[in-house]
Design a protein around this ligand. Structure first.
Ligand code: COA
Length: 698
């Protein structure tokens, strides 16, 4: 392989260039190259100053994440940065695009930093369950002061070059052009002789008078907002060390804390989530070079909450949308939702008022599908009614141009049956958005039996363009996410039936790391929604239909959740906090008595195992059937659509950590005890468990 780091001299300036696509990660070969290039610059008597820059679209994405968890190979990143820090010749780092993690720690080991405008600069390690372990927690406070450094390191959020200049992270910002030229210009304007090789590590002026209260405040805030996370608290410890100890001691403390984070299972889960998000975009069965269809105009049918939310996904990405609804008042309500959302975003300062207007103008109303004759992609988002959907698709078949992609947003109906209503099933697919569609990042792209490869490639690309995490799934009831949710829901309901309180079940799930419990989520989505689905499944005689239960009673009373002020919980006016309701306790008591159920105390472990193992078993069936391509696809769906805690990596990754043998044995025990078919371990789970293997090994 070519050396990913090159050195050249231009007059009195030595230029070190990293060129390691795609993101100039600081892997072993780059580190070796950096040390060699620095030595060459040091040896060359004509070199008086050095520029460090990178080729490609970004400066560097930092440490090579793929090396984490493997034995480290010298020179390590801290060793490389120490060599830069010690250089007798001043070094100017030239930043562009993105300078993240080690990609900022290395420049902070240089003596000056210049950046092109718009460069994103930050230390995102905390998002991977880590802390900056190559001096970042010690050098950043020396540039910005401890409080700002703490904020950047604990949130992991980057700042743009202009703010970095204000904060003291960079010394100059250049409007555009090439970062190397900016650095050369900076040297020329400053004068080579005036540059000094004063390392950031030797500075103490910005941290000298740090108020220790900032650390106590940060710890208290984290304990409240991120009680389950390990690395943010370690970030605070590390930054505190920067103000408490001399540089070298602080660095040693940072290293020890970094190693603790590295050993934490949360780090493994978060890194799985990081790569998983990228992995799902790769569809192994698609031939290389599958062409993409053009998608420049979109139609959305149905102007309800879902339809107008989907329309906003496209408008936000600058893609014009025609929003169709045959009912003028529904259309107006949909447009009003679009306007209200964008104006709200502008008010909160998330986008400018002009941008809000531009997005609003991109959504054009129409009362008939006839307006969609030139749409490249049409997404139907009407009520879940097969006959209605078939009618709409037959109409689209008549109206839409050849090659248009026809997608349904159904969450329960058979995409293949819908496709058969057209003469072009190869152009039909599912695009299952999650509510609120303009916010939730997950998009289940559904491949029908006849959907063509280029349609699949295109909708995966569309997901990327509109900022969603698109995951390809096959046709089945509920696809991947809701099919597994159904399992969790059934167990949650049974547990309450048997004696648990809804708030106990929710507390266990929240304790596990879900942002809200199952029943609080039902109240948010509407108890009537699940009720209607259960009724339909019973009517259809579905094998997984859930027998009438206490939750139906709650729905029958019109307790639909937050929207009616009461559901499984009660709510106070203007407050979304779910509060246990004595009335529900009474309903449960009556229900159990009438059903002849003697309530028993249920421990938290049983709740967790039944809720989650049921999901894992279903996930295994989904894999077996090929409805999900890989275990990681299921993980990503649950991370982005259902609030599965990212630090646990997703349900299948989590199952691997628990041990498939243990899960298998628990399922067998539940099956033996209850005789319920759903507790029978799926053949795949059984095979993996018996062979001592994992889902990751598939
Ligand atoms: N180490 C190893 N691989 C990395 C990487 C890193 N630090 N950062 C990105 N990659 C890989 C991605 O996995 C992807 O690989 P693939 O093409 O095989 O899927 C490829 O580089 C491109 O990354 P992607 O995220 O798709 O590109 P992007 O342009 O959308 O985003 C970044 C670029 C840098 C913003 C983004 O990759 C990122 O945030 N990286 C992590 C930065 C970080 O946390 N650094 C600290 C490490 S401790």
């Amino acid at each position: 392989m070519d050396n990913p780091v090159s050195f050249e001299r231009r007059a009195r300036i030595g230029i070190i260039t990293i060129d390691s696509p795609p993101v100039n990660a600081l892997g072993h070969a780059v580190r070796v190259g950096l040390v060699a290039a620095l030595e060459e610059a040091g040896r060359d008597p004509q070199v008086e100053a050095i520029v460090l820059n990178s080729a490609g679209r970004i400066f560097t994405a930092g440490a090579d994440i793929r090396e984490f968890g493997k034995p480290s190979q010298a020179p390590t990143l801290p060793e490389v940065i120490a060599a830069f820090d010690r250089s007798a010749k001043p070094i100017v780092a030239a930043l562009h695009g993105t300078a993240l993690g080690g990609g900022l720690e290395l420049p902070m080991g240089c003596h000056y930093r210049v950046a092109l405008a718009g460069t994103k600069i930050g230390l995102p390690e905390v998002k991977l369950g880590l802390l900056p372990g190559a001096g970042g927690t010690q050098r950043l406070p020396r540039l910005t002061g401890a409080e700002r450094a703490l904020d950047m390191i604990v949130t992991g959020n980057p700042v743009e070059a202009a703010e970095a200049l204000e904060l003291g992270i960079v010394d100059a910002v250049y409007p555009d052009g090439i970062a190397l030229d900016a650095a050369l210009d900076f040297i020329e304007k400053t004068g080579v002789d005036k540059l000094t090789a004063t390392p950031v590590s030797s500075r103490t002026d910005r941290i000298a008078n740090t108020d220790p209260a900032v650390f106590a405040a940060a710890r208290a805030k984290l304990a409240k907002e991120k009680p389950n996370l390990f690395s943010p608290q370690r970030c605070v410890d590390a930054v505190e060390a920067a103000v408490q100890f001399p540089f070298t001691e602080g660095l040693a403390r940072e290293r020890a804390l970094f190693q603790e984070c590295m050993a934490s299972p949360q780090r493994a889960g978060l890194i799985h989530a990081f790569f998983g998000e990228r992995e799902v975009a790769k569809i192994p069965s698609l031939p290389a070079g599958t062409p993409l269809r053009k998608v420049e105009k979109v139609g959305v049918i149905g102007a309800g909450t879902m339809g107008s939310g989907i329309a906003m996904c496209f408008a936000s990405a600058g893609i014009p949308v025609t929003l169709v609804d045959a009912k003028p008042e529904a259309l107006q309500a949909g447009l009003a939702n679009v306007r209200r959302t964008y104006e709200g975003n502008a008010k909160k300062g998330r986008i400018s008022a002009e941008e809000a207007e531009r997005r609003i103008a991109l959504v054009q109303p129409a009362e008939s599908v006839d307006a969609l004759s030139d749409a490249d992609l049409v997404i139907e988002a009407v009520f879940e009614d097969m006959e209605l959907k078939k009618k709409i698709f037959a109409a689209l078949d008549r109206v839409c141009k050849q090659g248009a992609i026809l997608a349904t947003n159904t969450s329960t109906l058979d995409v293949d049956a819908i496709a058969e209503a057209t003469s072009r099933p190869q152009d039909v697919c599912g695009m299952h958005f999650f509510s609120p569609a303009n916010i939730m990042r997950l998009l289940e792209n559904v491949r029908g039996e006849k959907t063509s490869d280029d349609v699949i490639a295109t909708i995966m690309d569309v997901a990327r363009r509109i900022g969603k995490v698109g995951v390809l799934v096959g046709v089945c009831y509920g696809f991947v996410g809701n099919r597994m949710l159904h399992q969790r829901g059934r167990e949650a309901m049974s547990l309450v039936e048997e004696g648990a309180a809804p708030e106990q079940v929710d507390a266990v799930l929240k304790g596990f790391g879900f942002p809200m419990g199952h029943f609080a989520m039902s109240d948010l989505a509407g108890v009537d929604v699940g009720w209607r689905i259960r009724q339909e499944r019973r009517k259809a005689g579905a094998p997984d239909a859930i027998a009438p239960n206490w939750l139906d009673r709650i729905a029958e009373l019109g307790r639909y959740g937050q929207k009616t002020g009461a559901g499984i919980y009660r709510y106070e006016q203007g407050d979304r906090t779910p509060r246990p309701d004595p009335e529900v306790a009474k309903i449960l008591e009556d229900y159990r008595r009438e059903a002849g159920i003697a309530p028993r105390p249920i421990d938290d472990q049983e709740i967790l195992e039944r809720c989650l193992y049921a999901m894992v078993n279903e996930g295994a069936r989904i894999l077996e059937e090929g409805v999900a391509l890989r275990a990681v696809d299921i993980d990503v769906i649950w991370l982005h659509g259902y609030g599965f805690p990212a630090y646990r990596g997703g349900p299948m990754f989590w199952a691997d950590q628990v041990g498939l043998g243990k899960i298998h044995d628990t399922l067998v025990a539940l099956h033996d005890k209850t005789g319920e078919p759903h507790w029978k371990p799926s053949p795949l789970l059984e095979r993996l468990a018996k062979a001592g293997q994992t889902f990751a090994s598939l």
